[in-house]
Design a protein around this ligand. Sequence first.
Ligand SMILES: C[S@@+](CC[C@H](N)C(=O)[O-])C[C@H]1O[C@@H](n2cnc3c(N)ncnc32)[C@H](O)[C@@H]1O
Length: 161
Amino acid sequence: MGLRVPFVPTPQPVVRKMLELAGASPNDVVYDLGCGDGRIVLTAVKEFNVRKAVCVELRDDLVEMLKTTVEREGLKNRIEVRHQDMFETDLSDATIITLFLLTSVNDELAPKFERELKPGTRIVSHEFRITRWIPLVSATVYDGQVSHNIYLYVHGYSNRA
Ligand SMILES: C[S@@+](CC[C@H](N)C(=O)[O-])C[C@H]1O[C@@H](n2cnc3c(N)ncnc32)[C@H](O)[C@@H]1O
């Protein structure tokens, strides 16, 4: 599929709210699809103490930078960095998926979520909806400059027929 969305980082207050809304806890395995500089996986591990976080990113420079950070901070056993197209990555052990992509890309990912995710997996998206799914919760976060929308979906609830 190739690179679908440019790198634009999620502001830190929005990152925290996304993980809070998803109920991130030590039982969770968090995947950030298109993880940029890795701020979501780093926050998930360092502030929410999740069991494991997986960062999936296509851009070489961002992957190399995050690998260096993960090594420096001694987090190699808890953060996996996959230099891979998000459409090719296996999501079967995820309990939380985080997204900051585009509605069109979310909609293309939805069938993959339906095939691979366990019922009850939470998907939390910054700014962009999954068109045919119903969010369980929506929230707005003001970062000091602009407001950001967040949508929380639960596989098995949000996409039931
Ligand atoms: C808007 S940024 C979001 C970064 C991070 N998730 C955040 O919220 O701070 C989207 C990221 O997705 C990456 N990306 C775009 N298409 C991709 C693909 N097909 N597979 C993996 N990563 C991709 C881009 O390189 C970029 O870093």
